[in-house]
Ligand binder design. Structure first.
Ligand code: PLP
Length: 402
């Protein structure tokens, strides 16, 4: 049977209209189908391939680790070099930042995925503060497991799965007036620095500082979900670094693995130690921080730093903005290579995206914003590739709109 038919027959489907592109090989910003057609991946596998597909450093790190060991024992028992070196490297990216409690972000819990990092952080906040209420944002997405889903800011995805977690409250991202809902009852606010799935909404510096202050004043932990914005995406290793505030807990995944599955929640040791008692083994995982994924992630951190990938992000983003001009483009939003291009409506956007894919450029829309095109390419994309991508997008716009 053809691969495509096997895909449709045997793999659980999550919609009736999967993209269903068949991929045989990937390299840099390019995906290749078996018939030799090349597609430029302008969404980096949804925020994952920040260092490009199959970066040689990542591939070598994986090969090297495979030659040593795979799984050895559940998370947190054996000393495994890839895990501890990754944890050290992540803590080093957080340098001298101190939380308002005066703590360094110096302790890393490695997970399988973003959702698991969210789950672990939610438990950490409840356990550390002794409170139950959690606050997240309207039109936010933090994962599909039931705890993370409870944080999602749209009923459409939640209603059929209720009851979900109780005591969750939602505020509008970027609205200072909503911060009053954060009180001494609130264990944590789980929030993205830049709201991704609402179509890339960048809040003001003033908002983020007011949020930090309100959390500090009420003894609420501020948990930044940097699962999409971390690992250089916005032009600094972590997005929060550009806003003059420090979270109490930081979440990572997606781009963190350089194409391998891994996530993390990072917090001061003073917070993280709650998992050691009452109960002992407060959060455990079999495969969290798998050594091959951890080796790939360490190579990813090193590559971003050694190749100074953050430094060119701004110029590349500006080139996109310079080129993506057409009367049908209502707005280009974003921060660094975390961008969205707004069109009139979904019908128009979908036709443009389909035309682009047909002509070798993959883009997408957002979970909670279906009139805007997602552009978040590998940070390694070249100027020539940006020009080529924008030409294909503009041709698609002209074909659909003009
Ligand atoms: N948080 C954010 C901001 C995300 O975009 C996602 C995934 O899209 C998640 C959490 C969940 O990550 P994962 O899909 O690895 O569980």
């Amino acid at each position: 049977m053809h691969q495509r038919q096997l895909f449709l027959n045997y793999l659980a489907q999550t919609s009736d209209f999967p993209l269903a592109l068949e991929i045989e090989k990937a390299e840099g910003v390019w995906l290749y189908s078996p018939d030799g057609k090349a597609y430029m991946d302008l969404i980096a596998g949804i925020g994952v391939s920040n260092v490009g597909h199959r970066h040689p450093n990542v591939v070598n790190a994986i090969k090297n680790q495979v030659d040593h060991y795979l799984h050895t024992l559940v998370y947190g028992e054996y000393v495994q070099a890839p895990q501890v070196q990754l944890a050290e490297a992540l803590v080093q990216t957080l340098g001298n930042y101190r939380t308002p409690m005066g703590f360094a972000l110096n302790n890393v819990y490695l997970t399988n995925s973003g959702a698991e990092a969210v789950e672990g952080a939610m438990k950490l906040a409840k356990r550390f503060t002794g409170r139950t209420e959690l606050i997240s944002c309207i039109n936010a997405y933090h994962g599909s497991t039931q705890g993370a889903l409870s944080l999602a800011g749209a009923d459409f995805f939640k209603q059929p799965f209720r009851p979900l977690l109780p005591d969750i409250r939602h505020i509008h991202h970027g609205f200072i007036t909503d911060l009053e809902y954060i009180t001494t009852r609130t264990a944590a606010v789980v929030i993205e620095v830049i709201s991704a799935e609402s179509g890339i909404r960048v809040p003001s510096r003033e908002y983020l500082q007011a949020l930090r202050n309100r959390c500090t004043a009420t003894g609420t932990l501020l948990i930044f979900d940097e699962i999409q914005t971390g690992f250089g995406r916005t032009g600094s290793f972590w997005a929060f670094e550009q806003f003059g505030i420090v979270p109490d807990v930081l979440l990572s995944a997606k781009g963190m693995g350089g194409g391998m599955p891994i996530g993390a929640f990072i917090a001061p040791q003073e917070l993280m130690k709650v998992f050691k008692n009452n109960p002992i083994l407060g959060h455990i995982t079999t495969f969290g921080g798998h050594p091959v994924s951890a080796a790939a992630s360490l190579a990813t951190v090193q590559t971003i730093l050694e190749e100074k990938l953050c430094e060119s992000v701004q110029a590349k983003a500006e080139l996109f903005r310079e080129l993506l001009v057409h009367p049908a483009i209502r707005e280009v939003r974003g921060h660094g290579l975390f961008m969205s291009v707004e069109f009139a409506n979904f019908t128009q956007l979908k036709a443009i995206i389909d035309h682009g894919i047909e002509n070798g450029v993959i883009t997408d829309w957002f979970l909670f914003c279906d009139n805007s095109m997602r552009i978040a390419p590998p940070l390694t994309i070249t100027e020539a590739e940006i020009r080529q991508a924008c030409e294909v997008i503009l041709n698609a716009v002209k074909a659909v709109v003009d």
